[in-house]
Design a protein around this ligand. Structure first.
Ligand code: NAP
Length: 281
């Protein structure tokens, strides 16, 4: 029999629009089940014009929620408090609700770095190329700068990339480079795709030409559906190590639960849920 939900079951959600494709309910409900805790996680489609009123419903009935496209920035003025990382990223993906107060966090950076743990990379002075300059690029560029990489952002339009450059340089005092997506060369150790090129209608495309992969040690694509993307398939041909976006998604979810539960989750539970999801159990 499935889980019995009662009036006492603690409720959690992911809010976004669209949302039906989200893997977050599977990850969170599996973790809740392993932790044997009376909690349940659902996905809620909330159009932008209903965000404000929906937050009041969440405040009164839920214990926490995740936030995805298009609300990661729009949610900020509706919250009571912001964690440091969420302030730096200017975006929130996790909200904890306590006594009616909403505190915003961002666990994407943690998820990205944690997903690289098993690869045992050396970061210091490595040349890292971040493709794209949206919300995810900001998080990844910041985390790679903190790890000691020399970061270049390549975007099709310059404005957003320059804005990220300015913010990260002000926050860290470390210089980063900005180039156009069409000018990228093959001098990077790490390449991270944060553009949607490689998914849906763009599944047969790569964000950069294959020559860029020539000297890369690691090619990381934030896209997890489809996986591998055309970029990752090509990177394998160039003998690069590759990583898709699933483990980042998984570890940002683990961190969100740790925030909600105010406790760390045992490694054995994390590994068992991760392996079950990777084999599509
Ligand atoms: P976003 O804020 O909309 O930014 C998207 C970026 O991609 C923008 O810089 C945009 O360039 C660029 N772009 C869009 N279409 C393009 C095209 N056809 N050719 C070249 N560049 C293009 O989105 P986001 O929140 O950063 O998310 C980006 C991707 O990361 C999405 O696919 C999302 O699903 C994925 N993601 C995955 C995880 C994970 O846990 N695995 C977490 C967060 C995000 P312009 O600036 O020129 O518009």
């Amino acid at each position: 029999m499935g889980k019995i939900v009662t009036g006492k079951t603690k409720l959690y959600a992911v809010i976004g629009d669209p949302i039906s494709h989200s893997l977050s309910p599977q990850i969170h409900n599996r973790l809740f089940a392993e932790l044997k805790t009376d909690r349940m996680y659902v996905s809620l489609r909330i159009p932008s014009e209903e965000l404000k009123s929906s937050v009041e419903l969440l405040r009164n009935n839920f214990h926490g929620f995740n936030v995805t496209i298009p609300h990661k920035e729009a949610i900020i003025p509706l919250l009571d408090e912001l964690d440091e990382r969420a302030k730096i990223y200017g975006a929130v993906n996790t909200v904890k609700i306590e006594k009616g107060r909403l505190k915003g966090y961002n666990t994407d950076g943690y998820g990205f770095i944690k997903s690289l743990d098993s690869l045992d990379l050396k970061y210091h002075n490595k040349k890292a190329l971040v493709l794209g300059a949206g919300g995810a690029a900001r998080v990844i560029a910041y985390e790679l700068v903190l790890k000691g990489c020399i970061v270049t952002i390549a975007n099709r339009s310059e404005g957003k990339a320059l804005c990220i450059k300015g913010d990260i340089e002000r926050a860290t005092g470390i210089e980063i480079n900005v180039i156009s997506l069409s000018d990228v060369q093959d001098k990077y150790d790490f390449i991270v795709n944060t553009t949607p090129v490689g998914m849906s209608a763009m599944a047969d495309r790569m964000p950069v030409g294959e020559h860029v992969l020539n000297k890369a040690e690691l090619v990381y694509d934030l896209i997890y559906n489809p996986s591998p993307t055309k970029l990752l398939k090509m990177a394998e041909r160039y003998n690069c190590r590759t990583e898709d976006g699933f483990s980042m998604l998984f570890y940002q979810a683990v961190k969100a639960q740790e925030i909600w539960l105010e406790n760390s989750i045992k490694k054995s539970i994390i590994s068992s849920v991760l392996s079950a999801m990777m084999v599509g159990d």
